[in-house]
Design a protein around this ligand. Sequence first.
Ligand code: B12
Length: 218
Amino acid sequence: MKEDQYKRIYDCVVNGKAAEALKIGEDMKAAGISVQDVGKVLIDAMNLVGHRYREREIALPQLILATHCFKKILVPYVADARGNSGVVVIGTVKNDIHDIGKNLVVSMLTVYNYKVIDLGKDVPLEKFVTEAKKNNADIVGAGTLLTATMPELSEVLAMMKEEGLHPKVKFAVGGAPLTTTYAKHIGADGYAADAILAVEMANHMMKGEQSFQAAMQK
Ligand code: B12
């Protein structure tokens, strides 16, 4: 990818230029830029936006606008998605309404040809299991941003085991307070620190492997 292309994508997300996002995605696709390369820039940009939000340099609407741009840039790539990589049922656990990061994971998995059943946020735990059964899921992904709701993750896994889904159906977790150590401790098959790593994780899981993808050191 050329530097000006990198800058165009980066600037769009960082500065929330939603009106330009779709065109940028179309231009990148037409120029033959792979979704992997676009995805890496999107994550770089979201890391900066996340940092600025934490430092209170920007407000919540700007964070949400950035994620909107992220998703829109990927729209032309989603159009090609065939959903044949595998089936993922994903959601944010009950009592937690954070869904910005989970939505980015949904977008990235979709462009990488996963059929994603997005249960949304504040999801009753039994729904992960019923939807996994109904949709013949390969992977169940549960996320949380609150330390208070981290124990719900093990409950989802326990229900999957009770219903005979796990270990055939793999269980993945994610969200800012989680770590590889925690994910392993509760018996999850996978963890990913961001949306690109979530694709890598899912690809490993589809081969029946466990996969713990901590953030890359900058
Ligand atoms: C935005 C935000 C909100 C927004 C949420 C909007 C929305 N639609 O999501 C609003 C304002 C609604 C909100 C509300 C609250 N929030 Co809040 N919120 C945040 C904030 C600032 C950013 C979270 C975020 O979106 N990050 C950006 C995304 C891109 O990152 P991410 O979520 O980590 O996602 C990435 C990875 O984790 C991974 N990933 C995410 N999900 C999944 C799932 C799977 C399966 C996988 C594999 C990977 C994966 O991939 C993602 C993309 O790269 C954080 C602080 C912070 N710096 O993180 C606090 C924070 C999470 N909130 C916090 C709190 C306390 C709350 C409230 C309880 C506040 C209150 N008193 O009302 C309420 C929650 C009420 C409830 N019942 O849920 C605390 C949690 C503290 C804790 N340790 O529990 C934090 C850490 C702030 C703080 N420092 O105190 N919040």
